[in-house]
Ligand binder design. Structure first.
Ligand code: PLP
Length: 430
């Protein structure tokens, strides 16, 4: 490998790439090697990866089953790239396995290269199937970096000036820690869910194409609404003729430890589910899983995506679905998630800068505040903590509207010992 000089690479990046390619950390890292929950930097230092790419490593880095299949595919000179104009052995198999893991009658799949593309297609299908234009999304949400998905986004940090925004309108987020209605869990009437109804009645013509909701808002800071929230929003969505789209790009693939798709826990049967990130365990693959009517709404037109559903991507996703959809795997995630959350709650007793611990399974967040009464967001402290974690050889993520939420989403193969290690390192960093 050529000699690696990070400051030189940083200068090149600034000179050659768009300014949005911003690395984490005061002293950025180059990662060169990975296995399971571990990654190594160019200096040979070994880290515990508690963010798994950005929630995109599900089974674990360089998972043995994926490596074995990749090797055999390469050895057999299996076709590396082909489009959906031809068949290859994985695509239909993957579609069948994935659709079988959805909570209800979702019977059609369309593959993409990313979560943004899957969401784009969901919007298109919802609009065509309903004959309506308006989509309701949530404040604090994130659904991708393409034009339509950025319109859905409810966070000024991600939105650009001069970005045409049509056909979308935003409802209040179910952000219990900072409840927009000043309610507490005991006084909560789910006003935020009813805001969807108010938004429909006051900002649309009274009919909608759909509602898109992240089952747990990831980028927004691991905002995890009560399950009843989803049921109530679903009811409002249906009352006004919309399609309910569950964005499971982060919360899917068994990450919450109960079901393959987190929405199932609420009892809501969405019309569409979008998936990506952990679906490919690092391979660029996304999927829209939908009811027949939404899929049929696209009939009669050409729609094409050159690399979507390639053999190698589809193979990786097939292995993920086979492994992560089993009860044994879900039980593992639930157990490790419970240990991690309990450990974080213990840390919250010791460190007053932790305002709240939240999330489910292995999708957890710590909201940092300067003061627990005022709840003033501790954004700089969060940045410092992220850097301190790195010094402890622990990689974590950051999110939230104010940039004050530390995010933990380790590869799902994390062991009991590694959960303890994560907590020790985080405590040290705090
Ligand atoms: C909930 C959610 N939806 C969609 C996306 C977009 O996915 P991608 O970056 O693969 O386009 C993301 C990415 O972070 C996400 O968190």
């Amino acid at each position: 490998m050529p000699t690696i000089n990070i400051p030189e690479l940083q200068a090149k990046r600034q000179a050659l790439l768009f300014p949005n390619h911003t690395p984490y950390y005061d002293a950025p890292l180059m990662l060169t090697k990975a296995r399971g929950t571990r990654v190594w930097d160019s200096e040979g230092r070994e880290y515990l990866d508690a963010f798994g790419g950005v929630v995109s490593i599900s089974l674990g880095h360089n998972h043995p089953a994926i490596k074995a299949r990749l090797r055999s595919m390469l050895d057999a000179d299996m076709i590396q790239h082909t489009t959906h104009l031809y068949f290859h052995p994985y695509l239909e198999e993957l579609a069948a396995k994935l659709l079988a893991l959805t909570p209800g009658p979702l019977e059609r799949a369309y593959f993409s290269n990313s979560g943004s593309e899957a969401n784009e297609l969901a919007l298109l299908a919802a609009r065509l199937a309903s004959g309506e234009e308006m989509i309701i999304s949530l404040r604090h949400s994130y659904h991708g970096g393409t034009n339509a998905t950025l319109n859905l986004c409810g966070n000024y940090r991600w939105k650009f000036a001069h970005q045409p925004s049509g056909g979308t309108t935003h409802a209040v987020a179910p952000y219990c820690y900072r409840c927009p209605y000043g309610a507490s869990p005991t006084s909560c009437n789910l006003e935020c869910a009813d805001d969807v109804k108010r938004v429909i009645e006051t900002t649309t013509a009274g009919k909608i194409a759909g509602v898109i909701v992240e089952t747990i808002l990831g980028v927004g800071g691991v905002i995890d609404p009560p399950l009843e929230y989803h049921r109530r929003v679903y009811a409002h969505c249906k009352q006004y003729g919309g399609k309910y789209i569950a964005d499971e790009v982060q919360s899917g693939i068994g990450r919450t430890g109960k079901h393959f798709f987190a929405i199932e826990e609420s009892g809501v049967i969405p019309d569409m589910i979008t998936s990506a990130k952990g679906l490919g365990n690092g391979a660029p693959i996304g999927a829209l899983l939908s009811d027949v009517a939404s899929a049929e709404a696209l009939r009669g037109k050409l729609h094409f995506n050159t690399f979507a559903g390639d053999p190698y991507q589809s193979m990786q996703a097939t292995v993920v679905v086979e492994e992560a959809g089993t009860p044994l795997h879900l039980a593992h995630v639930a157990a490790r998630g419970a240990e991690l959350k309990a450990g974080l709650e213990e840390l919250a007793e010791e460190f007053p800068q932790i305002g709240e611990v939240r999330g489910r399974g292995l999708m957890l967040g710590l909201e940092l505040v300067k003061d627990r009464d005022s709840k003033e967001p501790a954004a700089e402290e969060c940045e410092r903590l992220l850097n301190r974690c790195k010094e402890e050889l622990l990689l974590v993520g950051r999110g939230g509207l104010y940039g004050n939420v530390l995010r933990l989403a380790p590869p799902l193969c994390i062991t009991k010992t590694e959960v303890a290690e994560l907590l020790t390192k985080l405590k040290q960093a705090l």
